[in-house]
Design a binder for this molecule. Structure first.
Ligand SMILES: Nc1ncnc2c1ncn2[C@@H]1O[C@H](COP(=O)(O)OP(=O)(O)OP(=O)(O)O)[C@@H](O)[C@H]1O
Ligand SMILES: [Mg+2]
Length: 315
């Protein structure tokens, strides 16, 4: 088991370090021991855009690394509050970043296990009197030692309904966020405006959240890059015509309602793969090369209903 990062007041630094590991004295040593850099590098490499989000994560990692060195030198190191809010539209990478965050916190010894438990209101709040507290506590127990990710957290609070049980869940959460913050990080996520309203009505919650990270919508250029990376991961590639068609497709799609950023890109690629498969399936006798099997063509993209809808005369 990993040694706890933070010394209990009154104990010495030596007491919290496992005997066989020499306490780190340099940043490089902490990085080497925790192997946190590989997660940071992966975040940098695999996630397109999101520069401010990546910077904040590096800042948090730096704080934890320096805290480790402080503990090793016998200095006071109080567990910093790391509860966070991730705001942004669907498909902007909130869940993906939360998973990485959990891993970083684990590698730096902030949480024991580093798993992520993702929930929504229905997982926390009961329908009947007396059901909410046990539900919320069960979720908290599962999440302990890791990250509790509450998607669309504002649904916990329903001011229009006086007898709503959401408030009960919020109160239990608040207590745990305060008292067990060295073993559980809570991340609340959702749309920016709704989250702002939610925080205004719940100052207790807002004041316990140290980091507010905003996930902006991706630009078309970023979405194109995201598509290229997703294809590589799946061993597919666009030919030149498909690349051009996909750029046109994105220009149409970003302007339409229900566009969900990187999630819509993934869905569009899944549908293009289906069309590619049907196209190849029809060529019964032809020997299919690896290149044939890997290539998404312009036709596979242009057959999307979004092109047809856009071409249809307005009704
Ligand atoms: N910056 C990025 N670079 C590459 N892929 C990304 C990026 N952001 C998101 N993705 C991919 O897009 C998909 C959706 O991302 P994710 O689920 O993290 O978004 P979300 O903000 O949690 O969305 P929702 O609000 O709908 O839950 C995932 O498959 C993820 O890998
Ligand atoms: Mg999500």
């Amino acid at each position: 088991m990993a040694a706890p990062l933070y010394a209990i007041p009154g104990t010495t630094a030596a007491a919290v370090e496992p005997a066989q590991v020499t306490p780190a004295r340099t940043v490089a040593e902490v990085l080497a021991q925790s192997q946190v850099e590989s997660v940071l590098d992966e975040l940098e490499r695999n996630l397109v855009g999101l520069a401010p989000v990546k910077q904040r994560i590096r800042d948090i990692a730096a704080l934890l690394v320096i805290d480790k060195l402080r503990v090793a030198r016998g200095l006071q190191a109080q567990a910093p509050s790391l509860h966070m809010s991730f705001t942004g539209n669907p498909g902007t990478g909130k869940t993906t970043v939360a998973l990485r965050m959990a891993e970083i916190l684990h590698r730096l010894g902030y949480v024991r296990k580093g798993h992520l438990v993702a929930v929504t209101r229905d997982d926390l709040v009961g329908q009947y009197i007396g059901h909410t507290a046990p539900k919320t506590k069960e979720v908290l127990n599962k999440a302990m030692g890791g990250v509790l990710f509450i998607d669309e957290a504002y649904y916990l609070y329903r001011p229009d309904n006086e007898r709503d049980y959401g408030q009960e869940a919020i109160e239990i959460l608040l207590q745990v966020m305060e008292n067990q913050r060295d073993d559980l990080v809570v991340i609340v996520a959702g749309y920016k405006e709704r989250m702002d309203t939610f925080f205004r009505s719940n100052p207790g919650l807002s004041s316990r959240i140290a980091h507010h990270l905003e996930f902006p919508d991706y630009s078309v250029a970023e979405l194109r890059e995201i598509a290229e990376r997703m294809l590589v991961q799946m061993s597919y590639r666009f030919d030149d015509d498909a690349r051009a068609a996909f750029a046109e497709y994105l220009a149409l799609r970003v302007a339409q309602p229900h566009f969900a950023n990187a999630r819509s890109v993934r869905n569009a690629l899944d549908r293009a793969r289906l069309r590619q498969a049907s196209r190849l399936f029809a060529q019964r006798e032809r020997e299919l090369s690896a290149d044939d099997l890997a290539t998404v063509s312009g036709a596979d993209i242009r057959a999307s209903r979004h092109f047809r809808d856009a071409a249809a005369p307005p009704r």
